[in-house]
Design a protein around this ligand. Structure first.
Ligand SMILES: C[S@@+](CC[C@H](N)C(=O)[O-])C[C@H]1O[C@@H](n2cnc3c(N)ncnc32)[C@H](O)[C@@H]1O
Length: 350
């Protein structure tokens, strides 16, 4: 069974906590998680899609992203020419405003809709792709949500979710966090960085944080949820092990310090080390070890029937807006989901 909502909280309270937590988080979400909409971000998103699908992503005429946040996946996919008409749903109005601001800045058009994953305000068979990143673990009733994904998907359409914490990987990540927490004062002294001021109060993001993550999954649980919703060709894969330990340790250290006092050189080391370990995970470990040992799980599946699916995998086209994108290069040097902040561990705890 998928782990249920934390003791003492109703599903409604979980949704409310998620809304308030992510409304607060939206302000500095892109900076905190190193979200990038340039070439580096597109590279990360495309690699995850390819891994989840088991082949190169195609082009989808109508897409729906669940828990779209500030647009990390959808905006990168639109820029990559993978999506015709993009709809982004999220329970947090703050996240949707940030997403719209990002879309305006990038000159992209997307529809945003405030919606709970378990009650989607769309007609049957409205989309060719229903997807999300780092969202399933926030949803109280996974069975209901998958039934909704299946309902709004056109026959032949694709469901895809990535960045979900695996139960085993989640447990393993406790060790680097503990070690980093213990040595954080020494690390700050070595770098000459002040300790960060802590947020207090019941309404603050920090106070809500422990209520927003509802699940960590075994691969079989994700597979079962998809099967029970009537989806077929279900595929579950895992990614990131070494990169995740490294990322969690660094993130724990960084989170203990005033962000303005973390030196550029340290951020470069953290980013480059993370990218190197991600490449090692990809080349050596992901094909050899079972999905269950990795920190992140990804799932893809298909709704039975013909039509509505992506065009051929090779159909993804370069978007004309890619040409001459200088922001891509600049932000890639700074951020983590493509830039200098490690993406590691970004799928739970926020
Ligand atoms: C960790 S963030 C991920 C955001 C984005 N997908 C990304 O990868 O950057 C999780 C997102 O899911 C949204 N969310 C949480 N519970 C939800 C629910 N029940 N229905 C829809 N969205 C939800 C949150 O508001 C938040 O924007």
């Amino acid at each position: 069974m998928v782990r249920c909502v934390p003791a003492g909280l109703t599903a409604e309270q979980i949704r409310e906590a998620n809304t308030r937590y992510h409304d607060v988080a939206a302000g500095d979400y892109d900076f905190k998680w190193g979200i990038d909409f340039g070439a580096a971000g597109r590279g990360q998103v495309t690699a995850k899609l390819r891994k989840a699908l088991g082949h190169a992503p195609g082009r989808y005429a109508r897409s729906l992203e669940i828990g779209a946040g500030t647009g990390y996946f959808t905006l990168n996919m639109v820029r990559a020419g993978m999506i015709g008409r993009a709809t982004c749903a999220d329970i947090s109005p703050g996240m949707l405003s940030a997403l719209q601001a990002n879309a305006r800045r990038l000159g992209l058009e997307v529809d945003t809709v405030r919606a709970d994953a378990e009650r989607l305000p769309f007609g049957d068979a409205s989309f060719d792709l229903v997807f999300g990143h780092a969202v399933l673990h926030h949803i109280p009733d996974l069975g209901r949500a998958f039934a909704e994904f299946e309902r709004v998907l056109a026959p032949g359409g694709t469901v895809l979710f990535a960045g979900e914490p695996s139960r085993y990987g989640d447990r393993l990540s406790v060790l680097p966090k503990r070690v980093a927490g213990a040595i954080a004062p020494l690390w700050r002294r070595a770098l000459g960085a002040r300790a960060v001021a802590r947020a207090h109060g019941a309404g603050s993001g920090a106070a809500l944080e422990r209520f927003v993550d509802v699940h960590a999954f075994a691969p079989s649980e994700l597979r079962r949820a998809a099967h029970q919703a009537g989806l077929r060709d279900v595929r579950v894969a895992g990614e990131e092990l070494l990169a995740n330990w490294f990322g969690w340790a660094n993130r724990t250290l960084e989170a203990s310090a005033d962000p303005d006092q973390v030196p550029w050189l340290w951020r470069q080391y953290a980013y480059r080390g993370y990218m190197l370990l991600q490449a090692i995970d990809r080349a050596l470990l992901e094909a050899r070890l079972p999905a269950t040992v990795f920190y992140n799980l990804m799932i893809s599946a298909r709704k039975p029937g013909v039509g509505g699916a992506a065009s051929a995998p090779h159909a993804a086209r370069r978007h004309p807006k890619w040409a001459g994108d200088t922001r891509a290069g600049r932000s890639a040097a700074r951020t983590g989901r493509g830039g200098e902040k490690p993406t590691a561990g970004r799928s739970s705890r926020r």
